[in-house]
Ligand binder design. Structure first.
Ligand code: NAD
Ligand code: G6P
Ligand code: MN
Ligand code: MN
Length: 434
C-alpha cells in the first residue's frame, strides 16, 4: 500500500485531498495517510483530521488516517509527501498584503513584496523538510503547493538533493474550467497549451475537441467588463480588448497585477478600507468552514470550500500522484525543471508547463521560445524568484533588497528598501536566517 504524508494537514483544503484519494482508491491504494502540523495548528488539525476519518469511514476503505505533530515520525518510508503549509499563519499573510499598500505597492501573497516575504519565510522550512526526506524517505516524491510555488520549486531544485519534486497550482485547471464555462461546454473538451511560470503562465493555444479556437476565444473573453476567467481571490476587471488581441495568447488571472497594476492597486486600497485584505476575508471563510467541519454528521467535502481561491488544487495533486504511481503518461500542467522546454529560461530553473506525467516524473513538452511580447516579463520574474531564493537561503540583506528592487511591481530602490526594512521587522519571528 501507498503511504502519503501531508505537511500542513490542518489546512481547510484537506477534505478535498481526502475526497480525491477516496475517489481514486481503485487505482491508488493508499494504506496510510499522515496529516502533519505544528502546535499552533493542532486545533485545526484535530478538527479537519476527525472529518477526514469520518470521510474514510463512510467510504469503507482500509485507509489509516494518522494525525501528528511529529514530522519525522510521519515521513518514515513515505511514498509521496505533499506540502500545504503557511509559515506565520494568516497573520503573516495580512502583513504581506497590507505593508506594501502603505507605500503604494501591490499587496499580494505570491507577487511583489508579499510574494518575496512568503518565500523568505517558507524556503527555510521546505529545505528542512527536504533534509528529513533525504534521510527518512529518500525515494519519495515531494508534491509542493506551498506558495510561492514557483520560487519554492526553484529553491528545492537549486539548494537540495531532492530531484523528485513537483510544484502544483490550481490556476491552469481554473483557466480551463473558466474557459469551458464561457463557451458553455464540458471542461474535458478543452485543451490548453500552457507555458510560463507559476502565477505567470500563458495559454499559448486553446483547443476545443482538438481544434484551435484561440481567435474566437479572445473575442469572447474581451467582449465584457469581466473576462470570465478568474480565481476567487482575484478581482476580474476585464481586459482591454485590443491589448489581448495584440498579445495573441491567454494571460492568467495573476497577470492583472502586471498589466493592470494601477487599477488593481486602486481595487486593493478600496477593499482594504471596507472588507479588509484577502487575509481578513479568508479568516472569515475559514471560521465558517471549521464550524461546518466540527459537525459530527458531516462526512463529505462541503461545497463552501469553493469560496477559497485554491479550490480544486488538491484534486490536481491526487491526479498527479496517481499518474506518477500508474505511469499514466497523461498531460498535466506542473512546475518542474525546464530542461530546455522554454528556450530563454535556464535549463536548471523551475517552470510551469504542460508535461507528460510518467513514473519517472513530469516530462515537459518543449515549446521552443515564448512569444517576444511575454518573454521579457517571464525572464524578469524568473530572475526575481531565483534571487529571492538565494536571499532566503543565505539571509543576505543586499540580496533580499536586490530581489525587491528588480521585481516589476516595486517602483524604486528607496521604496524597496523602506518596504524591505519594515517587512523584515514585522516578520522577524519567522526569518531565522536574517
Ligand atoms: P493555512 O493557513 O490553513 O495553513 C495550513 C496549515 O499549515 C495550518 O494548519 C498551519 O498550522 C500549518 N503550518 C504552518 N507552519 C507549518 C510548518 N512549519 N510545518 C507544518 N505545518 C505548518 O493555509 P492554507 O490556506 O490551507 O494554504 C496552505 C498553503 O498552500 C499556503 O502556502 C498557500 O499559499 C498554499 N496554497 C497553494 C495553492 C496552489 O495553487 N499552489 C492553492 C491554495 C493554497
Ligand atoms: C489560487 C492560487 C493559490 C492561492 C489561492 C489563494 O488563486 O492558485 O496559489 O494561494 O488561490 O486563495 P485564498 O482563498 O487563500 O485567497
Ligand atoms: Mn497557485
Ligand atoms: Mn543578518
Amino acid at each position: 500500500g501507498v503511504k502519503i504524508v501531508t505537511i500542513g494537514g490542518g489546512s481547510s483544503y484537506t477534505p478535498e485531498l481526502v475526497e480525491g484519494f477516496i475517489k481514486r482508491y481503485h487505482e491508488l491504494p493508499i494504506k496510510e495517510l499522515w496529516l502533519v502540523d505544528i502546535p499552533e495548528g493542532e486545533e485545526k488539525l484535530n478538527i479537519v483530521g476527525t472529518l477526514a476519518k469520518r470521510m474514510v469511514e463512510k467510504s469503507g476503505l482500509p485507509i489509516d488516517v494518522h494525525l501528528t505533530l511529529d514530522r519525522r515520525e510521519a515521513l518514515k518510508d513515505a511514498d509521496f509527501v505533499t506540502t500545504q503549509f503557511r509559515v506565520g499563519l494568516l497573520d503573516a499573510r495580512a502583513k504581506d498584503e497590507s505593508i506594501p499598500l502603505k507605500y503604494g505597492v501591490i499587496g499580494q501573497e505570491t507577487n511583489g513584496p508579499g510574494g518575496l516575504f512568503k518565500g523568505l519565510r517558507t524556503i527555510p522550512v521546505i529545505l528542512d523538510i527536504c533534509k528529513d526526506m533525504e534521510e527518512l524517505c529518500p525515494n519519495a516524491w515531494l508534491v509542493n503547493f506551498t506558495n510561492p510555488a514557483g520560487m519554492v520549486t526553484e529553491a528545492v531544485l537549486r539548494y537540495t538533493n531532492i530531484n523528485k519534486v513537483v510544484g502544483l497550482c490550481n490556476v491552469p485547471v481554473g483557466i480551463r474550467m473558466g474557459i469551458a464555462k464561457v463557451l458553455g461546454v464540458e471542461a474535458n473538451r478543452i485543451q490548453i497549451d500552457f507555458a510560463g511560470l507559476n502565477h505567470m503562465v500563458y495559454g499559448l493555444d486553446v483547443f476545443l475537441d482538438g481544434e484551435s479556437i484561440l481567435e474566437d476565444l479572445i473575442d469572447k473573453l474581451t467582449s465584457n467588463n469581466e473576462s470570465g476567467v478568474t480565481m476567487k481571490n482575484i478581482v476580474d476587471l476585464g481586459w482591454e480588448p485590443d491589448f489581448i488581441k495584440g498579445l495573441k495568447v491567454i494571460p492568467c488571472p495573476y497577470h492583472r497585477y502586471y498589466y493592470q497594476t494601477s487599477r488593481m492597486l486602486e481595487e486593493e486600497l478600496e477593499a482594504s478600507k471596507t472588507v479588509g485584505t484577502r487575509a481578513q476575508v479568508v479568516k472569515q471563510v475559514e471560521k465558517e468552514l471549521f464550524e461546518l467541519y466540527k459537525d459530527p454528521n458531516l462526512n463529505i467535502k462541503p461545497p463552501q470550500l469553493e469560496k477559497r481561491g485554491g479550490a480544486y488544487y488538491s484534486d490536481a495533486a491526487c491526479s498527479l500522484i496517481s499518474s506518477i504511481y500508474n505511469d499514466k503518461q497523461d498531460i498535466q500542467t506542473v512546475n518542474t525543471r525546464n530542461n530546455g522546454a522554454i528556450a530563454s529560461i535556464p535549463d536548471d530553473s523551475a517552470i510551469e508547463i504542460n508535461c507528460v506525467i510518467t513514473k519517472e516524473g513530469p516530462k515537459p513538452i518543449a515549446v521552443g521560445d515564448l512569444p517576444v511580447a511575454v518573454r521579457g516579463l517571464v525572464q524578469e520574474i524568473k530572475s526575481f524568484e531565483r534571487i529571492a531564493a538565494e536571499a532566503a537561503v543565505t539571509g543576505d540583506y543586499n540580496t533580499a533588497l536586490l530581489a525587491m528592487v528588480i521585481n516589476p511591481l516595486v517602483p524604486s530602490d528607496k521604496i524597496a528598501k523602506q518596504i524591505l526594512d519594515e517587512m523584515l521587522e514585522a516578520h522577524k519571528d519567522h526569518l531565522p536566517q536574517f
